[in-house]
Ligand binder design. Structure first.
Ligand code: NAD
Length: 367
């Protein structure tokens, strides 16, 4: 069984990235040689802690580290200032100084929350990301974005804080509920569609093995997605331009999430969002119609939607799209490819679209 590994440099910092079956063994070995701290705080949610957080904490303690576990209730509802403050109060009570590091074991919620605590505790202590959902392996754990939601919107408060390392052990995915597992493929398909036609073919060809959670294709998928996400994010760490290409499908996805009051999951919203935005890509960039059809086919093959869920009002969707952070001077902007595996050249991968164009694409993509 091979392990995928690479490293990214950010200023004077180095971020190690590992993916594979059993890479938590690697984490233990690499920490023994070059730990960023001897005092570690393992942060997990209430679902992941007994499955993966506690076993890892015990192994770290057996290796001689001073380990304390911090947990919080599972779910997006915990990605708040309040939970962050509770974790910080615990760190204060436990007299955590600058010489500690956090180990985030869980999905994107844990990674974003623990990453944000690490970014601000004593003005920044190291964080090690141990993603346990497919979504966090292929996307959320890399790139350094951390943060919490406010009642006004998602991810409004946060910081960029590159992890010391990302260790994606595909064995942890065996315990992930089916719906959460399937959702992760939306971001994996997005990554392939914007940057790597070969990876798109891989997702197509290895579908059965991937859906059965076989470690070999999962390692390759996680590793290839991590390389792309890492390269794009590190080339434009603060999202001044190029990084916006990772937002393919997300303008419409955020609009669907908001219009459904977050009743539609992020993965389903991204899948439907890509199907809609691919129509804009055909109209605006002359993307081959066949590429849009292949996208729809692959999404459907992974049980993901290819149309906006029925019952969502066009006006509510437009209102959501107007709040998108890529918009400039009141003009809607979307990041859409020119062909399967290829985004527009140049520093800004977005194009301006009128509300009429967006509405037309939404109408074509309705259930
Ligand atoms: N920072 C970024 O760049 C970035 C990118 C994309 C998404 N995100 C964020 O990620 C979050 C979504 O991430 P998510 O989908 O991983 O959600 P999540 O962390 O809530 O995990 C989903 C569910 O699966 C459970 N779970 C996680 N791993 C498990 C495992 N191995 N076995 C059993 N249960 C497990 C969790 O307890 C939770 O109930 C959102 O808040 C989103 O904003 C961040």
């Amino acid at each position: 069984m091979h392990t995928f590994e690479l490293a990214f440099e950010s200023g004077t910092r180095r971020c190690r990235v590992r993916a594979g079956d059993g890479v938590l063994d690697r984490l233990l070995g690499e920490l023994k040689d070059s730990a960023p701290a001897r005092r570690l705080f393992v942060v997990s949610d209430s679902n992941v802690f007994p499955l993966h957080g506690d076993p890892l904490a015990r192994r770290l303690a057996d290796s001689g580290f001073d380990v304390t576990c911090l947990t919080f209730p599972a779910g997006e509802g915990s990605k708040t200032r309040e939970t962050k403050a509770e974790l910080e109060d615990r760190l204060f009570e436990l007299e955590a100084g600058r010489d500690c590091a956090l180990v985030a074991v869980g999905g994107g919620v844990t990674g974003d929350l623990a990453g944000f605590v690490a970014a601000t505790w004593h003005r920044g202590v190291p964080v090690i990301q141990v993603p346990t959902t497919l979504l966090s392996m292929v996307d959320a754990s890399l790139g350094g974005k951390t943060g919490v939601n406010l009642s006004y919107g998602k991810n409004l408060l946060g910081a960029f804080h590159q992890p010391w390392g990302v260790y994606a052990d595909v064995a942890t995915l065996r315990t992930l509920p089916e719906f959460a597992y399937r959702e992760g493929f939306a971001e994996a398909i997005k990554t392939a569609f914007i940057a790597d036609a070969g990876l798109f073919d891989f997702l197509d060809g290895k579908r059965d093995g991937l859906l059965h959670r076989e470690p070999e294709p999962l390692t390759e998928l996680a590793g290839r997605c991590m390389r792309i996400k890492g390269e794009v994010a590190m080339a434009d760490e603060r999202e001044g331009g190029k990084r916006a290409m990772l937002n393919f499908g997300h303008t419409v996805a955020h609009a669907i999430e908001a219009a459904s009051d977050y009743g539609v999951s992020h993965g389903d919203a991204v899948a439907a969002g890509m199907a809609v935005e691919a129509r804009i890509a055909v109209a605006r960039h002359g993307m081959p119609e066949q590429d849009a059809q292949r996208l729809d086919g692959l999404l459907a093959g992974y049980g993901l939607p290819v149309a906006v869920p029925g019952g969502l009002e066009a006006t509510a969707l437009l209102a959501g799209a107007r709040r998108d952070k890529k918009n400039r001077e009141g003009q809607l902007r979307v990041a859409v490819p020119v062909a399967l595996g290829r985004m527009p050249e140049g520093a800004d991968p977005t194009v301006a679209v009128s509300e009429g164009e967006l509405l037309e694409a939404l109408q074509k993509g309705r259930n």
